[in-house]
Design a protein around this ligand. Structure first.
Ligand SMILES: Nc1ncnc2c1ncn2[C@@H]1O[C@H](COP(=O)(O)OP(=O)(O)OP(=O)(O)O)[C@@H](O)[C@H]1O
Ligand SMILES: [Mg+2]
Length: 272
């Protein structure tokens, strides 16, 4: 993989869940070093897109490449690739009976043979990176929502993955904690030389730290461009989403997508 190789590349991808098409005709290229915001209303397929990047969901058509390789199906190869992807899932996924430090140590214990003293040092460094060294011995219940989110972030960073993906990192956080988390995402991206994909419907908190924005709605990418271009887009779908209006061209019920998937059930010619 050269520096010019995109960190993530999706080519003519279709993703199905439970027998129906959630996303179709997805083409997306994420260059190294960028922070990309993937925006869209609830149920539009944001988490589904991330599942394709981690290999949890195989594409029904098209190609998904991550860190310079096609996402493999074989379990061992997939586990190897996943070590290079730091994931902050929707919700924190912190283990409640472990301290912050023990939570951050988990991936290091699971995936490396490092001695305990080295792991303890790395854990301190990761907690320091998210501004929480003093909270090492606290249990998740003793942390605020924003602090717990940052512990989860430190844990996602534990193995020094070149790619970070965040699924709704701001859920349940107030505007101040949201700002802290988003600034941290940007700062970690730049200081650690990462590439970051942020999936969210928190448009206004996320756009300021993003280099590129993608909006998905009605089963496809409806916008791809800079945050400034997004703010000035006149596309009715984009406007409806940005303003959070219930009425407009975005379908919020499952029925229209069901009909769509019947029409797009076959991959277009030329797609593997
Ligand atoms: N495991 C699954 N089996 C069947 N359908 C699923 C599955 N996971 C998601 N879906 C469907 O796929 C669609 C997209 O879901 P997805 O979770 O990707 O949306 P989202 O954009 O992440 O929404 P949110 O913002 O609420 O997290 C929804 O219609 C959902 O019902
Ligand atoms: Mg989701």
């Amino acid at each position: 993989m050269t520096d010019a190789t995109p960190i993530v590349r999706l080519t003519d991808v279709r993703l199905d869940r439970g027998g129906r098409t959630v996303l179709r005709d997805i083409n997306l290229s994420v260059p190294r070093g960028q922070v990309i915001a993937v925006l869209g209303p609830s149920g539009s397929g944001k988490s589904t897109l991330l599942a394709a990047l981690t290999g949890e969901l195989a594409p029904a058509a098209g190609t998904v490449e991550v860190l310079g390789q096609v996402v493999p199906q074989a379990k061992r190869a997939l586990l190897e690739l996943r070590k290079g992807i730091g994931v902050l899932l929707q919700g924190n996924g912190l283990l409640t009976d472990l301290t912050a430090a023990e939570n951050v140590a988990l991936p290091l214990r699971a995936h490396t043979d490092l001695p305990a003293a080295v792991i303890a040092r790395l854990v301190r460094m990761k907690l320091h990176a998210v501004g929480l060294r003093a909270a090492a011995d606290a249990f998740p219940r003793e942390l605020s929502g924003g602090m717990a989110r940052r512990v989860a972030l430190a844990r996602a960073l534990a193995l020094d993955p070149p790619l970070m993906i965040y699924d709704e990192p701001l859920t349940g956080l107030d505007p101040i904690a949201s700002g802290v988390v988003m600034d941290l995402v940007r700062r970690l991206n730049d200081t650690l030389g990462l590439t970051s994909i942020i999936v969210t419907h928190h448009v206004h908190e996320t756009l300021p730290v993003a280099d590129h924005a993608v909006v998905i709605a009605n089963g496809a990418i409806v916008f791809s461009g800079s945050p400034a271009e997004l703010e000035t887009s006149t596309d009715p779908l984009v406007r409806q989403f940005l303003r959070g209006e219930p009425d407009g061209p975005i379908h919020f019920d499952a029925a229209p997508r069901f009909a769509d998937s019947a029409l797009t059930g076959n991959a277009p010619a030329g797609v593997i």
